[in-house]
Ligand binder design. Structure first.
Ligand code: MLT
Length: 329
């Protein structure tokens, strides 16, 4: 008997060291390519989950909408058939209206303020996200202001007239552009580059880093800093999946998510500065802010009450606006 055990132990010890398979695999989807801050955030999350779970959990990243468009994937998270996602807040609003409070135009106007708002609102938003969409946010990424790219110079609100501009398919973006006198075209993110190429649309709005990573300089000539909204986006985990994890894995995921979005915000700041230089080199004209920016602000802020029903009701909107205003102090 003893000899059998000794033999088995010797065989085991002589086996080459094989990496231990993780107990949990988190499939994470996002809609950008590998050169975008979204992907860098995903990679940091992957690294930190492995570290904090001592290898018991691993993250597999699926970039470029390869598992479906951002809204479809968020739906799959509710079912638990995909585990995690980073997406633009605007593409979550159709499923989770309450998160729309982060998109009120001109609600917060500096990076410092945005970070305070995103961190202060995480718990109140999660209280709504879980019942509304079956997902929880581990943290919010921020990639700077959404800027307008177009093939015609937009210096004033009147220059928008006649432009076919794509927006993310959510009421806030659509109504905001309407308040500026145009009828925007809601379209899935996955279709935007080819629509620009085929001239189905003349322009779109996304951060500087996206203009570079998605090669918009090949199909667009001008950038206007409309400053109306920042790109914010949650790092989501399916609630159904999360509740099945053992407590140590839940803790590792929560900690990794929080730290990964903070890293992503910092990287985005650095990448925005270099994207501006690179876009100029690639022939784009950076026009700065519209010369009549106050007019844009006045028009967009005037329609906030129109959004309250679509973003979780007037009570929630007031509570969230209170938190946003307190964060500005
Ligand atoms: C959009 O415009 O739909 C998003 O900003 C794209 C993204 O998630 O980067």
């Amino acid at each position: 008997m003893f000899r059998k055990f000794a033999l088995a132990a010797a065989v085991l010890l002589s086996l080459p060291c094989v990496a231990q398979a993780a107990d949990v695999t988190i499939r994470l989807s996002h809609g950008d390519n590998e050169n975008n801050p979204t992907h860098k955030t995903a990679v940091k999350f992957q690294e930190l989950v492995a570290k904090y779970s001592n290898g018991k959990a691993e993250v597999k990243i699926f970039p470029n909408n390869s598992l479906g468009n951002e809204t479809e994937v968020a739906q799959a998270l509710r079912m638990g058939s995909i585990d995690a996602e980073i997406l633009y807040t605007g593409n979550l609003v159709p499923l989770a209206p309450s998160v729309g409070v982060l998109m009120l135009p001109y609600a917060y106007t500096t990076t410092g303020q945005a970070w305070k708002v995103l961190d202060a609102l995480i718990d109140p938003i999660n209280k709504r996200l879980v019942p509304e969409a079956g997902v929880r946010s581990l943290g919010f990424l921020e990639k700077g202001f959404r800027v307008l790219t177009s093939n015609r110079a937009v210096r004033t609100m009147d220059d928008l007239k006649g432009l076919k501009l794509r927006v993310s398919p959510n009421t806030i973006a659509i109504e905001t552009f309407k308040s500026w006198g145009i009828e925007p075209i809601p379209m899935d993110w996955a279709e935007v580059f080819s629509a620009l190429q085929q001239k189905v649309i003349d322009g779109q709005e996304n951060p500087y880093t996206t203009a570079i990573s998605s090669r918009f300089y090949e199909v667009q000539s001008y950038i206007t800093e409309i400053h109306y909204m920042m790109w914010t986006g949650p790092l989501l985990i399916s609630e159904r999946v999360f509740q099945k994890y053992p407590k140590p894995i839940q803790d590792a995921v929560l900690r990794a998510g929080k730290e990964a979005v903070q890293y992503g915000r910092e990287v985005s700041g650095e990448m925005t500065a270099s994207a501006q230089v690179e876009l100029k080199k690639r022939g784009m004209t950076l026009l700065g802010a519209p010369t009549d920016e106050e007019r844009w602000q006045k028009a967009a802020r005037a329609i906030w009450p129109k959004f309250y029903n679509d973003i979780g009701g007037a009570d929630w909107a007031k509570e969230a606006i209170g938190i946003i205003e307190a964060s500005a102090k």
